[in-house]
Write a protein that binds this ligand. Structure first.
Ligand code: ZN
Ligand code: ZN
Length: 329
């Protein structure tokens, strides 16, 4: 089959890869659409030692079952494969499984390819009439949905009465703003320094989109969808006393949090990682019901031109927050 293979820092080769063989409970999915994630960029730049070259990246996929039960079924793929037997899995927090695997990290090849193998339990049916490229947005949106769900559970102010700030207008940020709206939040601000991207965010929902946070402005819920030192500093200053910060991006590992303010103003500071299968299903149901908007903030390109798409993201010249690659062109 054809695949886009990461062969070394900032190098991708479009060529032949071995057909993946399904294990016991697995099916073969023909990939129709697969999004490029920030974590793919991180690996592409050579910054992820868990993803050594040569490797097929990509984990945000939707397609059609080609082999196995349900052949012909259109599906969106939860790429996080968990053991289903450990205490975390048994308690429903599958995202914390110590044996979790994800498409695009060895031993699993990724979805920038014509085919992937995945357990059948990781698939959700895409209804007739719902486009597969939109269905591929379920993975990043589920990350945002899970973060907002954690924040809502910890907030003393119910989401409908809360003011919210989202830091970063990439796919996780836009997903967080859309999820907050779906949870009933009426006052949602997004801070995005890239002027090219702000009009897209304004069009995506009833959001106030700003280049920087006004000094002295406070928010009940702050979602840090960037996760760097500077954004953590903004988050810990802009959260209202008694409010919640949920940290979902991970641009850098430490620094920036004002621990003094977090302590004295009793701020809940939460980490958020991926999603459970329940979150994934809730997110997809919300997408299909139109509760997360028209989902038109992506650009679709042929997988064969994936190398150029990565270079464009690297150069920061895309107004749309997501690029989706299509093996069929
Ligand atoms: Zn992703
Ligand atoms: Zn487990």
């Amino acid at each position: 089959m054809k695949a886009l293979i990461y062969t070394g820092p900032e190098t991708l080769a479009f060529g032949e890869a071995a057909d993946p063989r399904p294990g016991n409970d697995e099916v073969v999915v023909g990939v129709d659409a697969v999004g490029i994630c920030g974590s793919d960029m991180h690996a592409y730049l050579g910054h992820d030692e868990r993803r050594p070259a040569p490797l097929t990246l990509g984990h945000e996929a939707a397609g059609v079952i080609l082999e196995g039960p349900g052949e012909g079924r259109r599906v969106t793929v939860n790429p996080l494969v968990t053991c289903m037997a450990c205490p975390a899995c048994l308690s429903g927090r599958t995202n914390l499984c110590p044996d979790r695997q994800i498409l695009s990290m060895p031993p699993r090849q990724g979805a920038f390819a014509e085919r992937i193998v995945i357990p059948e339990r990781n698939l959700l049916t895409v209804p007739e009439g719902f486009a597969l490229d939109k269905a591929a947005l379920c993975e990043p949106l589920a990350c945002s949905w899970h973060a907002v769900k954690l924040a809502a559970a910890s907030s003393f102010v119910p989401p409908a009465a809360a003011s919210a700030l989202v830091i970063g207008g990439g796919p996780i940020g836009i997903g967080a703003a859309l999820s907050l709206a779906a949870f009933g939040a009426g006052k949602i601000a997004i801070v995005e320094p890239n002027a090219l991207r702000r009009p897209v965010l304004e069009a995506a929902g009833d959001f106030s989109v700003v280049a920087s946070v006004e000094a002295g402005a406070f928010f009940d819920i702050v979602v840090d969808a960037y996760g760097g030192e500077a954004s953590r500093a903004v988050a810990s200053e802009a959260v209202r006393p008694g409010g919640v910060v949920v940290h979902v991006g991970l641009a850098s590992a430490s620094g920036g949090v004002n621990v003094r303010r977090v302590t004295l103003q009793e701020v809940s500071f939460l980490g958020s990682y991926c999603y459970t299968m329940t979150d994934f299903a809730e997110t997809f149901a919300a997408m299909v019901a139109g509760r997360l908007g028209p989902l038109d903030w992506f650009d679709a390109r042929p997988l064969a031109e994936g190398g150029a798409a990565f270079a464009d993201i690297r150069a920061g010249c895309n107004a749309l927050p997501k690029i989706i690659l299509r093996p069929a062109g």
